[in-house]
Write a protein that binds this ligand. Structure first.
Ligand SMILES: Cc1cc2nc3c(=O)[nH]c(=O)nc-3n(C[C@H](O)[C@H](O)[C@H](O)COP(=O)(O)OP(=O)(O)OC[C@H]3O[C@@H](n4cnc5c(N)ncnc54)[C@H](O)[C@@H]3O)c2cc1C
Length: 385
């Protein structure tokens, strides 16, 4: 039987968008979470908001990410600098990942393979205008693109000979959470996202769902699911950020197109500037520029350590922020809810004729990249069974 009244637990990106998906399909929703979606403890509010699959290894990720891009891209195109913005994004690499854009044939794009390359499958989506090129090509093009990026000699001296340049959507995360919450409320859901109470077990959630007259539950508790479901595969991957005010963020003298250039996201996961565990990146998100970062699985420290803060400041300098003239306005530590495969499935053990349980958690560093696709799939599981 398709569900008719659903208790959604968790009001991060996944819980809110899942609630919306159900409401748009005329299903009654009760939404519960202990804290407001924009509380600093909620992973979704502090995230970079960049659309790019990152540390989410589920084979379904590309499909969910595409469905999310389908929704975000038109908003970014029409509503620029508001909820979603399309921001040029540069990833620097030491080595070649296959043929550069100039070598691609029309067939490579049509077949969706990206040619004989090791480029990610998502890079072939034409909306992203993805290019793979040498650093020389990047700077040659930059006379036209006018991106705010560090000088060519610095990038070449550090050994970055190749670049990916693409144009993904960036979600203004706190604003999007507030917008989704308002829409959920306006569609008549029973909402309490500041209960102050964390569920201790799945049994407790099911009991609550029954007493509220629900015939289904969607568990969108992110990293909270580790304890709630005793899910040992879940791990927090600690991320640290400095936040700068976008308007007051002064760029160094030598940066290309300092005044009239376009804000650009920059991502480096290879040495010497970055590594997989300590990526060096900058993301322009709404009125904020965030500088990261780290990807440290199992590190539970809440505060930014002194040596980490120094490294983040150095990252800001490398990305072209004048750290003498601009100071961070805030900092944040968050824990990406990583699982080797995301858990988006019906819980066969707890579901029965009267109550269906769907889990939707474990999207790692890609929650904002897949949140629409994940919401649609959870709704399909509940309504098409
Ligand atoms: C530094 C950093 C940068 C990131 N940058 C990006 C990025 O650029 N792009 C991207 O796509 N992703 C990014 N991410 C990842 C993204 O933030 C997460 O994948 C996403 O926020 C997960 O959303 P969620 O709704 O599953 O979890 P959360 O946002 O953590 O929400 C979980 C909800 O469940 C509630 N909850 C938890 N436990 C319980 C319980 N026991 N009972 C009741 N309620 C409970 C919480 O209060 C909350 O409401 C980043 C993450 C970090 C840390």
């Amino acid at each position: 039987m398709p569900a008719s009244k659903v208790l959604v637990v968790g009001s991060g990106a996944i819980g809110l968008r899942t609630s919306l998906e159900l409401l748009r399909k005329k299903v009654s929703v009760i939404l519960r979470s202990p804290r407001s979606p924009i509380d600093t403890s909620v992973c979704s509010q502090g995230a970079g908001g960049l659309w790019m699959p990152f540390h989410c290894d589920d084979p379904r990720t590309d499909r969910w990410a595409k469905e999310t891009l389908d929704e975000l891209y038109p908003i970014g195109k029409d509503d620029s600098k508001s909820l979603v913005e399309l921001v040029p994004t540069l990833a620097l690499h030491r080595n070649n990942h296959g043929p550069t854009t100039l070598d691609f044939t029309r067939n490579d794009y049509a077949s969706g393979t990206g040619g004989a390359s090791q480029l990610p499958a998502w890079s072939t989506d034409a909306r992203l205008q993805f290019q793979h090129m040498t650093t020389e090509m990047l700077y040659w093009q930059n006379y036209i693109n006018r991106l705010k990026i560090p000088p060519e000699q610095d990038i070449l001296a550090a050994g970055y000979s190749y670049a990916w340049l693409f144009n993904p959507p960036i979600v203004d995360c706190p604003k999007m959470l507030e917008t989704m919450l308002k829409e959920v409320e306006s569609k008549g859901a029973d909402v309490n996202v500041e209960t102050g109470m964390e569920y201790e077990s799945l049994e407790e959630i099911v009991d609550d769902a029954k007493s509220l007259g629900c015939d289904a539950v969607v568990n969108c508790t992110g990293l909270g699911a580790r304890k709630l479901c005793n899910d040992q595969e879940m791990v927090g991957a600690r991320g640290i950020l400095l936040q700068y005010d976008r308007q007051d963020c002064v760029r160094t003298e030598d940066i290309a197109f300092r005044e009239d250039g376009k804000d650009t996201n920059i991502m480096v996961e290879e040495g010497p500037w970055g590594s997989e565990e300590m990526p060096c990146y900058m993301i322009t998100r709404g009125n904020t520029v965030v500088v990261g970062g780290s990807y440290l699985e199992g590190d539970t420290e809440q505060d930014i350590r002194d040596h980490e803060r120094l490294r983040l400041l150095e990252n800001a300098r490398l990305m072209g922020i004048d750290t003498e003239k601009s100071s961070p306005v805030g900092e944040w530590t968050g824990f990406r809810p990583f699982r080797p495969t995301s858990r988006l499935e019906v819980d066969a053990k707890f579901s029965n004729e009267d109550m269906q349980i769907v889990h939707s958690y474990g999207y790692g560093g890609s929650g904002w990249t897949v949140y629409v696709g994940a919401a649609k799939e959870a709704a399909r599981l509940l309504l098409e069974s």
